[in-house]
Design a protein. Structure first.
Length: 293
């Protein structure tokens, strides 16, 4: 679509969105009482949702793959920002409300099912942004899946994800902190991860016990000569015994202690002091040593 035609169609869609009833009314009309089993804590504050939708940057004309739209609060915000949204929702009760949203916006396609089983790259297309406010267990499983894609850069352009605060802190943690661990290295060795905004528990309906935060992740270049498998093996061993010296914890990975020495990483250090760049150097040195054998 040409730019002027796209702008006109988006502003018509926005008029359709503005005419929608408030989310509380939608929830009541469709009987969407939050289900604990599905980890449902809804966000209803439009201003907050618009701030979250701004985290990935300008979404006008962009595709966003949303996981777990529920009654559609974040979905509405993404649509207000001008995005085309492909959303996957497991709770069939939400589908009629989402169908109304699809009708009003003309820019939403809903997939009914479990996000863990969807071929997202095929559904959303290369270059899509991902946005989600998910239950803790599903959110971390999907994050690991999106971060461990072999082909890099991956099909997704950015991840804007809500986590409980403690998990968000682990994703963006720097070495030396208690939060720094496997998850930090996994998220940072070929991506840039930042804490975009804290979200108070009182913003959710019903409020969860813990605070939350939105994390924003964008792919960076993959360092040469390093595989995801090598990073996973080294971080699993090193952080599996995080209080022990590398000399002890890395014994589980054949050749890793010698590789640490060769890479200039003192084996008397502990995993939590080893930077992401040092883990990358260690993985590269180990891979090179293995190829020499
Ligand atoms: N996005 C909405 C919001 O911000 O108000 C709802 C958030 S609620 C925390 C999580 C949503 O994810 C629920 O609608 C739940 O049904 C959905 N969900 C949970 N597990 C899912 C899965 N495996 N695949 C797709 N959706 C899932």
């Amino acid at each position: 679509m040409r730019d002027a035609a796209r702008a006109a169609s988006v502003s018509e869609d926005k008029a359709g969105l503005a005419a929608l009833p408030p989310l509380r009314e939608v929830i009541k009309r469709h009987g969407l009482a939050a289900s604990k089993a599905l980890g449902q804590n809804f966000l209803l504050d439009e201003q907050l949702l618009d701030r979250i939708a701004r985290v990935p940057g300008d979404l006008a004309g962009a595709t966003v793959y949303e996981v777990g739209p529920g009654p559609g609060g974040l979905t509405r915000a993404l649509l207000r920002a001008g995005a085309e949204v492909v959303a996957v929702e497991r709770d069939a009760r939400c589908l009629p409300a989402l169908a109304e949203l699809a009708e009003a916006s003309g820019r939403l396609r809903v997939i009914s099912g479990d996000a863990m089983k969807v071929d997202e790259a095929a559904e959303a297309g290369v270059g899509a942004h991902i946005a989600a406010n998910l239950p803790y267990n599903v959110g971390t499983a999907l994050l690991v899946r999106w971060l461990t894609i072999d082909a890099w850069p991956p099909w997704w352009r950015s991840l804007t994800l809500m986590f409980q605060r403690e998990v968000a802190d682990r994703i963006v943690a720097a070495p030396g902190s208690d939060a720094y661990g496997r998850f930090s290295v996994l998220a940072q060795w070929r991506s840039t991860a930042r804490l975009a905004m804290p979200v108070h528990r009182s913003a959710f309906v019903p409020p969860p016990k813990v605070m939350s935060a939105v994390v924003h992740i964008t792919p960076a270049n993959q360092p040469k000569g390093v595989t995801i498998r090598a990073i996973e093996q080294l971080t699993a061993a090193a952080f599996g015994q995080r209080r022990k010296m590398l000399r002890q914890s890395l014994k589980a990975v054949p050749g890793a202690v010698a590789a640490a020495e060769a890479a200039g990483i003192d084996p008397s250090r502990r995993a939590e002091t080893v930077s992401v760049a040092e883990f990358v150097t260690l993985a590269r040195t180990l891979s090179a040593a293995r190829q020499d054998c």
